[in-house]
Design a protein around this ligand. Structure first.
Ligand SMILES: *Cc1c(COP(=O)(O)O)cnc(C)c1O
Length: 440
């Protein structure tokens, strides 16, 4: 299996190159050359296989011979070492909880998997690979934790000095070892710009083997398919008949939903997807007007989704042959305001004693909207709950904050982990560059 660049289909890369480069040198996202089909029989019999076997069957064709099977197995075990519970909320609506990982958000899955692959390749190359990443919060924590103590890899995380929550800051700064956090006196965009400049800088590249760990890396994208298969596996245990599932995904950069779409192309019976967004609604507008017109980003309480030009959309567009009619058959999309979001969190708690976070709440809202519009409230459906409410406690309705129970892992973390002294730099690329060149 090779990967091609969505900017120029002739530019090909191996799995190893695609992971190490992140983005094709021509600026395009990498896409697998073809989507392998799994046998129907395998899908029908999913419940008889353990989760590691399911994950191996899904991911193996994309890696091929680049990583020995035994090693892939280890990476899978490390990636899936927490649970992905599927719970019925009401009628035929289920929630898939993706927040039981170490940093309490679904990004743990992609970060852990990519870290395992990168560590394998860096040992093979016999040089240290430096992951350089800018974060607005969730990515930094997941990457820090996923890559912590991985041999052959060091991580430099740039974060805006007052742009992330105190819990997120602690997750990024408390680990030490091969994880370096750099506080920038600017906002997230400033951090992002500095990272982009560093990737293009000759002197920096002479000293470092740089790679990115942002969500466009295929090493993060592809393992996200695992939990769509695991959700389906749990559903068919409970239902005797074959079913086509509906998935609603709270979406920002559209990486999570894109992984689901690849899973569907591999043969997972998914009737359709709902991309649920906050008021950063480029895609809901696109499906209506057929005009792709991103507006300036607006801040919301579901801030991991405050993105107006979703980078993975070029992959989705390609998957549906750049054809709006094809796409509209499989993708519905709705946007919701903070007010609707908060009301839903409250109703869900009062009516069903289930606590949503401000991202999962958007996923639920999108699903409800679709089921109402299609006049079939009983269709089997799943929305993804992408984070634990405690991660966004400042945005939760105030009456609910005292009800939020931290996970066991988080309690241990809060008690034991101290923030390490960190590097603090002004918003100035040359100063950052000098710091990079002079260290060690
Ligand atoms: C990153 C994130 C999202 C958005 O996921 P995409 O793959 O970028 O669409 C949703 N919810 C949470 C909690 C996140 O951290």
């Amino acid at each position: 299996m090779l990967y091609f660049s969505l900017k120029n289909y002739k530019n090909l890369a191996s799995f190893e190159e695609a992971i190490l480069k992140g983005l094709s040198p021509d600026g395009g996202l990498y896409m697998p050359q073809y989507i392998p089909k799994l046998e129907n029989k395998f899908i029908e019999q999913l419940p008889i296989y353990d989760i590691y076997t399911v994950a191996m069957s899904v991911i193996k064709p994309y890696i091929g011979k680049y990583i020995p099977e035994k090693f892939i197995e280890n990476i899978i075990h490390d990636t899936l070492n927490f649970s992905f519970p599927l719970k019925k909320i009401h009628d035929n609506i289920h929630v898939l909880e993706l927040f039981h990982g170490p940093t309490l958000a679904f990004k743990d899955v992609g970060a852990k998997f990519m870290a395992g692959c990168l560590s394998f390749f860096s040992e093979k190359l016999d040089k240290t690979v430096t992951v350089l990443v800018a974060t607005s919060g969730d990515t930094g924590g997941a990457v820090a934790k996923g890559f912590h103590k991985k041999p052959g890899v060091e991580v430099i995380i740039l974060y805006p000095y007052n742009g992330i929550s105190s819990l997120q800051k602690k997750q990024i700064t408390s680990l030490g070892n091969n994880i370096l956090s750099v506080e920038i006196h600017g906002n997230f965009d400033d951090c992002q710009k500095m990272v982009k400049k560093a990737f293009l800088d000759k002197e920096v590249n002479k000293k470092y083997t740089l790679t990115s760990a942002n969500s466009i890396n295929v090493g993060r994208l592809l393992p996200q398919m695992f939990y769509y298969f695991l959700a389906y596996r749990q559903i068919i245990v409970k239902n005797k008949n074959k079913i086509d599932l509906i998935f609603s995904v709270p979406s920002g950069n559209f990486g999570n939903i894109c992984a689901g779409m690849i899973a569907e192309k591999m043969g997972l019976p998914i009737k359709l997807f709902i991309a649920s967004t906050n008021i950063n609604d480029t895609i809901p507008r696109f499906l209506k007007s057929e005009k792709y017109h991103p507006l300036p980003v607006k801040k919301t309480i579901s801030n991991a989704m405050d993105i107006s030009d979703p980078s993975n959309f070029s992959r989705i567009w390609y998957l549906y042959q750049k054809n709006i009619f094809q796409l509209k058959k499989k993708l519905f999309s709705y946007k919701f305001t903070d007010k609707e979001n908060l009301e839903t969190i409250e109703i869900m708690w009062k009516k069903y004693q289930y606590m949503l976070d401000p991202h999962g709440s958007i996923g639920y809202l999108g699903l409800k909207q679709y089921l109402q519009d299609s006049n079939n409230i009983l269709e089997p459906s799943v929305f993804l709950e992408t984070a634990h409410p405690i991660k966004f406690i400042d945005h939760m309705p105030s009456f609910l904050r005292k009800e939020i129970v931290p996970t066991h892992e988080l309690e241990v973390f809060l008690k034991t982990k101290k923030t390490k002294p960190k590097v603090s730099l002004p918003n100035d690329f040359n100063i950052f560059k000098n710091w990079l060149l002079e260290r060690k």
